[in-house]
Structure formats: C-alpha cells, structure tokens
Design a protein. Structure first.
Length: 566
RNA sequence: UGGCGCGUGGCCCAACGGUAAGGCACCUGACUCUGGAUCAGGGGAUUUCAGGUUCGAAUCCUGACGCGCCAGCCA
C-alpha cells in the first residue's frame, strides 16, 4: 500500500472528482481500477504516473486496483516483461493482492462473445487482405466502403470464424470485423477488426490459440469481467471510447465499466517511447533496460531514486487532460526531498588530492565522531578514522582562488568536517607543474570541528584518511539526451544523445563504512550528491552510481561565469 | 477541408460565475560543521485572440487561431 500524498477526494484531479461523485451518487459500491500494461517492454516513469493514479484512487476510496496484463499480441510479448513489470509495480509500493489478471485468461469468454456478435448480425468474417481493408476504410475526410463480405450469411461467418480458430487459415487471410458503420466520422467505428489470425506461441496460453482479439475487443470486456468501475487510460484512447461503449452495450457483460482519459507524461531531456527505449537497449546505447540513465522504473531504481520520490513526483504533477511536458527538475526535486531526509551521509573523494598534516603525529589514528544524518539525529553517529595523511577533493583547492572561491588555498584555513581546522602551508608540484600534494598544519584545539575561540572557516571539506581509504569505481550520470526536446524539429533522436551521459571514475576513494551499503540503499557522499551501489559492485570492487548531485551554488556561479579571478 | 480533445506566469497544476491559489524553477536576505538543508522575502499572468450574455466571466455562448490524437490484422 502506498503512502500517497493526501488528496481530497472531493477536490482532487478531475478523475478523482468523477469517482467521488459516482460513490456519492451510489453508482458504485466499490471502486475498482486497474493498471493494464502490455508485456512488450519495461515500465517507465510515464507508467508510474498511471500506476500511482490507479492504485492511488483505489486506496483512497477503499476499493481495489488490479494488475492486468493486456497480452493480446503474442508476437511482441514476453514472460521476461511480465516478471519485470510485476517487480516494478511492487517496488513502487503497490499491491494488487489476489488481483493479478491477464486478458488471456478471458480468451474463451471473449471468443464466445464474438460469436454472439456474429449471431446478432453485428460482426462478420471478412476475407479482404489487410491492404484491401485499408483501401476500403476511406480517409479522414471521405467515408469508407463496405466490404463485399459484409452481407455474407451469418451461418457462413460462424463457420469461417470457427475454422479460423481451428487453424485452417494462414495469418492475414481473414479477420472478424464488427459491423458498425463504414461511413462513421470516427474511423474507429468503421467496422473495426475484432480478431486476427496469428500463428504464434503466446507466453501464457502457448499454442492453444491462433486467433487473438484486438485491444479494442479485449480491453473493455476484460474490465467488465473484473468488475472494473473506472477504466482509466491515456488521451490517445479517447477516440476509442465510443467503440468501448459499443461493445459494452451490445454484449451480455456482467458489469458496466466507464473509460476516462488523462494526459500522458512527457519529460524534458527524456524519451518515453517504448519503441525508442527498445532501440536504445538493442543498439547498445545503454547498459540495458535498467541502465541508470533510462527513464524506466528499473533504471530509476538502479540509479538510486527512492520509490517514495517517484510517488511524490506523481502527486506533484497532477492529472489533467492537456498535453504537457514536465521539467525533469521536478522529478529530481521529489527525489532529493526524500533523499535529504533519509540518506546516510558518508565521505567519498572522487578526484583525490593528498594532504599531509605536518604537525600531526605520525602513526596516530583518531576515531572522529561524525553525524550520519544532520537532518535526522536518530540516525546516530559513526566513527571515521583520521590520520596525518588525508585525501581531499582536488577541486576543493585552488592555488589562485577567484573572489568567491571559499575553499582551500595557500595560507587559508578550512575545516575538515568533524575533524580539525587545517591551514595550507605549501603546494608540492612535480616537474610538469601538476600539484602532487598539499602540506598543511592543523589546530589541535579545533578537534571535532569547532574552535574554542569561535572562529569559523568559510568552507568545510570532506576528507578520507589515506591509510583507510577504499578504492571505488564511481559512475557519474547526466541526462541521456543533451536537449530538453530530443528529436524535435525533425532532428534525428539519436543525434541528440548526450555523449557525456555517463562518466566512469576509477580512482575514487571512499570511507570504510561505504564497503557494505546494502543494494537498493542510496547514501549521500557529503557535498557531492547521492550515490547508490550498482549491481556490478562486489566486495572486491566497489561500484557506485551517482543518483543526483546536491544543489550546488558554486557550480551555478561558475556556469554563469559570475566569478572573476581577482 | 472529417471526427475527438486541449489552450491559465519559464514549467506543472488549481479556481466549478464573485474578481487568478499552490508546487517546481528563478532572484534576495537570514542561518548553517555539507557553497547542502532550513527559514523569510521577492519578481513574474490584461487566463490564446475577438465578440456576446451577465451587476460581475479563466469559468457560460459564438467565432477565429494554435496544439495533440485518429486512416495497424499495435496497445
């Protein structure tokens, strides 16, 4: 069950208002929704919006939400996707209880209803080819033409349909069509196809069938069978609603579901098209469906995004009917908000620079007490070893610091977090001028990180004892696409791929406590951002993925070129 | 030129005839042992446009314009 951000059922989005009104008017006793993925790919953040909507409504109204796979096209669907989808929905925090369903569970009933339609003169077997059907369909502005088989005797259609099921005909030779109106302005009503012949093994029903219902014929009836009261889908199905209703009205279904449509999610710097995601995976642009750069649920999980942050994001963006593009920044905000509250703080140095504290006793090791999470005192403290030689971040030192650079510089004193104040006395370089190490001194009176005389350095740095540091690989991630609107204006989508979306750092060093971060946990590397162990990580070779950076005023100033080198 | 939808600050979204709310982003200040977080404040909207109804319109009506979706035996 989720901890959805509370929304007043009376004053939520337009769908919640409809549900609330239906409940109030007694049109439904129990609210039943469903999340209906086709198992032909992995779930992405757009699906998360739908999942949160459907399960959220069911939870809020004390109803239930089914997980139903729309598995009516065996040529594209796979068990792998079914398994991954179940795992992703569960990870997001939702529970379908006993209600795991498949459209394929209803194939027999659906077939029987198709036969009913034929008997009623409302459907017929058409011998036209796919091309001929298209030619007969007409265009957006011209009506279609009736198929020559439209008036074929009911008995003949019945016989042919039975033989289609029996496997007597090859793919594409015949279809079952509804008999509605070839001149309907809504093209979906121009005798839509109900059944097609597909000789292919189905992940669930194997080769029990060689005729499969289309989405239009399967979806609403599946809803009706399950007692779904509110069938919520995205806008592109709006035009299908008259057909959805037509089936419900012309078939002896056990309940009367209603379809409602909302705008699907679009995100800047992101592509949410299964077709494109599939290509990114198949063409090797990413490490797989769960690549940390992918907008898939599994990718976000591997990246270290908390499920709660994704739920919060869904609540934040709302539900409406106008097409819109949400800034990824909102997703990031939602994730940071959760992570700031919950992530344990740790020290890690991505690009190490050696600091020798000349006046610190050689061989001495002090266990410094460091807060695990200043936002959450209950997270407690940990001990971090401090010695004469420590690593700091190379970018935390500048030999000739510009005006607004507050960190370490020659002669300047800074705080090593929860340890000591140190002052840079000397910069040691090699023949090429590359900085090898910094020679510093410390103030013993500042042990623990604060000075008795109350002086306060402008900067606090994270650090790692040289003798205790553990090597780690760190993978830095940026947007997969370098433009907010990938592929817009006719550009090739793949030309918009960000060449720097992944940067692998091999020389990072982390504090000992980072050796055993459990999989699935995201921690904060102080001052750097949030990181999570990658599945590739082993005790012998630590690997961390950067989930997000922290908000960084200095970086922003630099990017704006607002600092001068004075 | 057919049908179905949709147009509210940079972005998302509310307002249900009574005079534009909130979030994200942005800017400023305070505070700070993370240049993080937090707190306080700020800028920014003649609600696509034009008519009409009304004492009063983002809300209702008409028209225009713009955008999205539909001509799979995909979902």
């Amino acid at each position: 069950m989720s901890i959805q951000t509370p929304t007043s059922p009376e004053r939520g989005d337009f769908i919640r208002e409809i549900v609330a009104a239906d409940v109030r008017a007694g049109r439904t006793e129990t609210v039943v929704t469903r999340f209906p993925p086709e198992p032909n790919g992995y779930l992405h953040i757009g699906h998360a919006k739908s999942i949160c909507l459907n399960f959220g409504i069911a939870n809020e109204f004390g109803g239930r939400c089914h997980l139903r796979f729309d598995d009516t096209n065996p040529e594209k669907e796979e068990q792998e996707f079914i398994d991954a989808i179940e795992a992703d929905v569960r990870w997001l925090g939702f529970d379908w209880g006993e209600h795991l369903h498949f459209a394929s569970d209803y194939f027999e009933q659906l077939y029987a209803w198709a036969v009913d339609l034929v008997r009623a003169g409302l459907a017929y077997v058409d011998d036209l080819s796919a091309d001929e059907i298209r030619e007969h369909r007409g265009t957006l502005t011209e009506p279609g033409m009736n198929s020559p088989w439209r008036e074929r005797p009911i008995e003949e259609s019945l016989d042919l349909f039975a033989r289609m099921r029996a496997g007597e005909f090859p793919n594409g030779t015949r279809v079952l069509r509804a008999r509605i109106d070839m001149a309907a302005p809504n093209i979906n009503l121009r005798d839509p196809v109900l059944y097609r012949i597909v000789h292919a093994a189905h992940p669930r029903t194997g080769d029990a069938w060689c005729v499969y219902p289309t989405y239009d014929f399967a979806h609403g009836q599946s809803d009706a069978i399950e007692g779904v009261t509110h069938s919520i889908c995205t806008l592109e199905f709006e035009i299908h609603r008259p057909l959805y209703d037509w089936f419900i009205e012309n078939l002896p279904v056990p309940s009367r579901p209603r379809q409602y449509e909302f705008a699907r999610l679009y995100l800047t710097y992101t592509v949410l098209s299964k077709r494109v995601l599939l290509r990114l995976v198949n063409e090797g642009h990413v490490r797989g469906w769960d690549d940390p750069r992918m907008p898939t649920i599994s990718g976000l999980r591997r990246r270290g995004f908390p499920a709660e942050g994704i739920r919060d994001f869904a609540a934040m963006i709302g539900v409406a009917k106008s097409d819109s593009v949400v800034e990824v920044g909102m997703l990031e905000h939602a994730a940071r908000d959760v992570l700031n509250r919950t992530a344990a703080r740790r020290f890690a140095v991505l690009d190490p620079l050696r600091v020798v504290i000349e006046d610190y006793p050689e061989g001495q090791v002090e266990e410094m007490e460091v807060a695990n999470n200043p936002e959450d005192p209950s997270a407690g403290m940990r001990k971090v070893p401090f010695t004469r030689e420590v690593w700091i971040e190379r970018e935390d030192f500048m030999e000739e610091p510009p005006a607004k650079f507050f960190r370490l510089a020659p002669g300047r004193e800074v705080r090593l977090r929860s340890a000591y104040f140190v002052t840079c006395r000397e910069v040691v370089k090699d023949a090429a001028g590359e900085i090898l190490e910094l020679r510093c001194t410390h103030d013993p009176a500042t042990r623990g990180g604060s000075a008795p005389d109350g002086r306060r350095p402008k900067a606090t740095l994270h650090w790692i004892s040289a003798g205790h540091a553990m090597p780690a690989e760190v993978r830095l991630y940026d947007y997969l696409f370098s433009r907010p609107d990938p592929g817009a204006d006719g550009r090739d989508l793949f030309a918009d791929l960000n060449p720097d979306s992944e940067t692998v750092l091999q020389g990072a060093l982390v504090e000992p406590a980072l050796a055993d971060v459990p999989a699935g946990e995201t921690v904060q590397f102080e001052r750097l951002g949030y990181f999570t162990p990658d599945p590739d990580s082993t005790s012998g070779h630590l690997v961390f993925n950067r989930t997000l950076t922290l908000r960084d005023t200095w970086a922003r100033l630099q990017a704006q070129g607002r600092h001068d080198t004075a």
